[in-house]
Ligand binder design. Structure first.
Ligand code: IYR
Length: 216
């Protein structure tokens, strides 16, 4: 089929890239969420943007579970905090805890019940055809990571704050959300409005030249 491609004038390309840059660099991982509900349709549109991501052999090995039910959020919070308690109390090596210190994180995860929306993202390790036969998926972490990036950008673009939460291990999400073993919990995305007085850690990105090299 014919590609639908929009070409812009170079000046417009530069303007569009600057505009996107200016917006996306303002995204911060937020941990202080307001309980306010998000407008209808915003999460759905952001998910539709995520579903348009490229994936290995177009297998789309991602599954998204949107959780707004307070009781299920409470169950998720309790299970996550139980794992995190062990993580911070000894399972994590000192080196890891030292790396996390600037973020100010601990085993308390109030955002899991305060934020209006949790999106549990699962990676489908393999598919199943109509005869019950396994279908191989390809480049699954890359594919789900790209779709998650699309989702983060789409939610930010719509004016929502996000947190990429990775309680470890995350097997409890399969249990609470009834997902089959061939799906592995990939990430728990928290979305909503930040609290009025939300703070973020004073951390910075590497300078451009530290991470980008030009070879010509
Ligand atoms: N999952 C823990 C620890 C944690 C790990 C990393 I790597 C982070 O960037 C942040 C936190 C927690 O959520 O507290």
């Amino acid at each position: 089929m014919k590609l639908e491609f929009r070409e812009y004038e170079p000046k417009e390309m530069l303007a569009k890239s600057s505009e996107f840059l200016e917006s996306v660099v303002r995204r911060r991982t937020v941990r202080d969420f307001d309980t306010r509900a998000v407008p209808a349709g915003v999460i759905e549109n952001a998910l539709k943007a995520a579903l348009s991501a490229p994936s290995g052999a177009n297998r789309q090995p991602w599954r998204f579970v949107v959780v707004t039910n307070p009781e299920i959020k409470q169950k998720i919070r309790e299970a996550a905090e139980a794992e995190e308690k062990e993580f911070y109390a000894g399972r994590a090596p000192d080196e890891w805890l030292e790396a996390l210190a600037p973020l100010g994180t601990d085993e308390h995860k109030p955002f899991l019940t305060e934020a209006p929306v949790l999106i549990a993202i699962f990676l489908e390790r393999y598919g199943i055809d109509s005869n019950g036969k396994r279908i191989k998926n390809y480049y699954t972490p890359e594919s789900v990571g790209i779709a998650t990036g699309f989702l983060l950008c789409a939610l930010h673009n719509a004016g929502l704050a996000t947190l990429t939460h990775t309680p470890s291990p995350m097997g409890f999400l399969n249990r609470i959300l009834n997902r089959p073993a061939r799906e592995r919990a990939f990430l728990l995305l928290v979305a909503g409005y930040p609290q009025q007085d939300a703070t973020v850690p004073d951390i910075h990105k590497f300078p451009y030249d530290h991470v980008v090299s030009l070879v010509d």
